[in-house]
Design a protein around this ligand. Structure first.
Ligand code: AGP
Length: 607
């Protein structure tokens, strides 16, 4: 997830406006930045790797001539955060400059085609194919708008694009498919951006560009057309009454809530991971002697869930290990036949990197799953995959957890296919279900918020909480517990439900809230027994159940229903969302800031 911006002023220099707008978009990505302006029919570019302030200090981003320009702040997905991979990207002739947010899935094939036509592409990015595709159409005598529309019809994936060209020096051309794009109409200027944050201090007259639309802006206004059939679209601006801070959160009161609601889109992005790397990682796992899944905190809970996925689908035994215990617990056993799959959204967690370093020194194979391209984990991994959740600002991991699970499920399914342990019919069914997961997540976030707010209010004064689950749901219970504990400071205990009668049940007394994660899977019968045990001692039962599960609903004091048919191995991706919302609302109920929990940091870079 990157931030794009463009502006065309009636008078004055665009660069300082672009610079300030990119600063307001920096939460979307901050590993490289760049600007392009047009002045006297010439294209001017400034771009480099690093945070905006550092690049500005080196290059002065305010000092480029021209009243029209575009800018970009990057969250690397394709190509590490180097200067060459920073946006804007230009064509061979240096006449077209493009900034882009999204993922071009078929960029490799387009790149090959363009190189065969003699185009020279300088970066490792997916984006760079766009200016060269446009250039190719311009050579055939098309206008910029026609060239852009033909070029984008070749693109597969998601994009919000802004294009400037010396061929039409008084216009900016934008197009959108999935990635967000808005236009701002000011007194003496018109703007385009990834979100309202970028130009809110300049105007609150906003036009939302819909999926499959193209828009041309100049200093008087904008013209929207449908990409598919070129039909003109008329749309009046809306007036937005947000403060810039509110805009950064896109109207949500906290980043955590915004990121919980972003999960459907993040999951769609994670389902578009780069084929070759997934295949490579699957191959390494397939021939691994023993596999350690190493991580901390929420990422460790993703590893626990993954160990069920790998076992049930690919008959591969894996060991989920808390990174800070890896060396002590398995240090001596690790060897050249060992494979370590390290999971870390930041890619910078010291305990995880230390475990990886120990494994590398013993010649083990290291694979990495992270959310940050260019992070240390990407540099110490033999193969890594970036999960494409975009920057996560809230300290409590939410969208990065469900994306990790989605990525690990894809890996387990590929391994299952490779090993032929599960029937093709079953694999196809699960792959179909995985494609449906973003839609199901959408239903949950849109329909369950209010209910969980009420539950948080009802249980606000509880002194302690239990989270119980069986099978893969024990991982969901662990994560639900961590969320409540870390942002609402509510003492909470999580257990594999079967273990609860070996001690923890002694804590139960009338009204003690016990949260059960109980999808309708092979563990359903036994977890009903665990619910009865707790209920018999007066516990208040809160159950996350499958829709229509009358058995458990009749036993529960409160329940949250999840749509039918979520396969067991995918259930943590969905069943964790109500627990994220419960924790969020509990923090609010108890008067705490869910974004900045005390004593914690987003990335723990000390051992
Ligand atoms: C989760 O909400 C916490 N922020 C924390 O437990 C986190 O998951 C842990 O520090 C691991 O971080 P990583 O995924 O960046 O390695």
């Amino acid at each position: 997830m990157c931030g794009i911006f463009g502006c065309i002023l009636k008078n004055g220099e665009a660069a300082p406006i672009i610079h300030a707008a990119l600063k307001r978009l920096e939460y979307r990505g901050y590993d490289s930045v760049g600007e392009a302006t047009i002045h006297e029919n010439k294209l001017f570019i400034k771009k480099d790797q690093g945070k905006i302030d550092d690049v500005h200090a080196r290059h002065n981003l305010d000092d480029i001539p021209g009243r029209i320009g575009v800018g970009h702040t990057r969250w690397a997905t394709h190509g590490a955060p180097y200067q060459t991979n920073a946006h804007p990207h230009i064509d061979c002739a240096g006449q077209v400059a493009v900034v882009h947010n999204g993922v071009i899935e078929n960029f490799a094939e387009l790149r090959r085609e363009l190189e065969e036509l003699g185009h020279v592409l300088k970066s490792k990015t997916d984006t760079e194919v766009i200016p060269h595709l446009i250039e190719d159409k311009l050579k055939k005598g098309l206008t910029i708008l026609e060239a852009l529309s033909q070029a984008i019809n070749r693109l597969e994936g998601s994009y919000a694009i802004a294009v400037v060209s010396v061929r039409e020096p008084n216009k900016i051309f934008c197009a959108r498919k999935e990635s967000p794009l808005v236009v701002g109409v000011g007194e003496d200027a018109v703007y385009c951006a990834s979100d309202i944050t970028a130009f809110l201090p300049l105007t609150n007259k906003v036009v939302v560009i819909e999926n499959g639309e193209l828009v041309a802006i100049d200093d008087k206004g904008y013209e929207i057309r449908k990409i598919a059939d070129w039909t003109p679209v008329s749309r009046e601006p809306e007036i937005i009454d947000w403060t810039p801070k509110m805009a950064e959160k896109q109207g949500y009161p906290h980043f955590m809530l915004k990121e919980i609601y972003e999960q459907p889109q993040c999951l769609r992005n994670t389902l578009r991971l780069q084929e070759p790397y997934l295949e490579l990682m699957t191959a390494f796992l397939d021939r691994a002697g023993e596999v350690f899944l190493v991580a901390c905190g929420t990422s460790y809970h993703a590893c626990v869930a993954a160990s069920y996925m790998f076992s049930k689908l690919a008959f591969l035994a894996t060991h989920p290990i808390i990174a800070s215990e890896f060396v002590e617990q398995h240090g001596k056993a690790v060897n050249i036949d060992s494979t370590v799959l390290a999971v870390s959204q930041s890619g910078e967690t010291a305990d995880t990197l230390a475990a990886v370093e120990h494994a590398r020194l013993r010649a083990a194979t290291v694979l990495g799953l992270t959310n940050v391209v260019g992070s240390t984990l990407t540099r110490v991994s033999r193969v890594y995959v970036c999960q494409q959740s975009g920057p996560e600002v809230g300290v409590a991991a939410t969208k990065t957890f469900t994306s990790q699970l989605c990525m690990l499920a894809q890996l387990a399914l590929r391994l299952a296919k490779k090993r032929g342990k599960v029937s093709h019919v079953e694999i196809e069914r699960l792959e179909e279900k995985l494609e449906q997961v973003p839609g199901i997540a959408e239903t949950i976030v849109q329909s369950q918020g209010e209910r969980l707010k009420q539950l948080a209010k009802k249980y606000r004064d509880a002194r302690c909480f239990f989270f119980l689950g069986r099978g893969i749901s024990s991982a969901t219970a662990l994560e639900g517990r961590l969320k409540l504990l870390e942002i609402a400071y509510a003492p909470s205990i999580a257990y594999a439900a079967g273990e609860s009668k070996h001690g923890p049940i002694s804590l139960i007394e009338p009204g003690f809230p016990v949260i059960f994660v109980c999808p309708k899977d092979e563990t359903h019968k036994t977890i009903v027994g665990n619910i009865m045990e707790m209920k018999a001692r007066g516990a208040s039962i809160i159950a996350i159940v499958e829709e229509g599960d009358e058995k458990i609903k009749s036993l529960a004091d409160d329940y949250i229903e999840i749509v039918k048919g979520v396969p067991e191995v995918l259930s943590p991706i969905i069943y964790v969302i109500p627990l994220q919302l419960f924790a969020y609302h509990m923090a609010i109920e108890r008067g705490y800031d869910p974004d900045m929990p005390r004593n914690l940091a987003k990335s723990v870079t000390v051992k």
